[in-house]
Design a protein around this ligand. Sequence first.
Ligand SMILES: [Zn+2]
Length: 257
Amino acid sequence: MNTWKLQELNYQQVKDSDYEVAILPISAVEAHNLHLPYGTDFYQVEAIADRACARAADAGAKLVCLPGIPYGVESNLHKFPLSIHVQQSTLNTIIADIVAALEKDGIRKLVILNGHGGNDFKGCVRDLYAKSDVCIFVADWFRMAPDERNEVFEEPGDHADEMETSCCLYLVPELVHLEQADEGNIRQSRFEAMDRGLVWTTRPFDRLTTNCGVGNPHKATAEKGEEYLEAVVANLVKFLVELSEAEIDEYFPFRKT
Ligand SMILES: [Zn+2]
């Protein structure tokens, strides 16, 4: 029985529950090469949240998954129609309001489950640490199984690539039209310091890409998506169970000695 997905719970169930951890999925609305749906990040993060919360709850974790925020930071894709940009500061304001609500209700652990590389919650978490007793963790799901990511996928990429396409072939195959995809080729930078990661700048996708894909998606399969997502979910479940059981004392999240 669902005890954790808030949008499906009623007040009686919430009254009878004792929550330690809240999970907030956040994603983005954006074009993904020519073949994946605009809701790609949303479908992925919601599926991961559902699977991980169900298993963690079965393992005894006391958690509640909040309705997700489907919008994210999209300024890099503003030349691609209906890739809807919401400012990071707007997201941070919403998170601050949600954190205040959790604090009021005595929930002191929040996991932001992030499904979009353009979102960056570090500043938000640092700001809120000084203002709130809620301990906030950020889980970028696409970084949660790095070894498996390297093992499972042949072509590197980070947007509508083999990895994302495989995940969608597994989760929403009816929405994937791989035959429409281009090769996901990108232009190289003019600066060695950028290539070496010594300096960083934002990446305007209309200049970087052909159709906003980064990475060749054509070797994607549903089996690869299932294997990789399984690894992500397993790591997330382990963390959620441990977080639920952890006591918040003066040293949290560190060990006493
Ligand atoms: Zn994506």
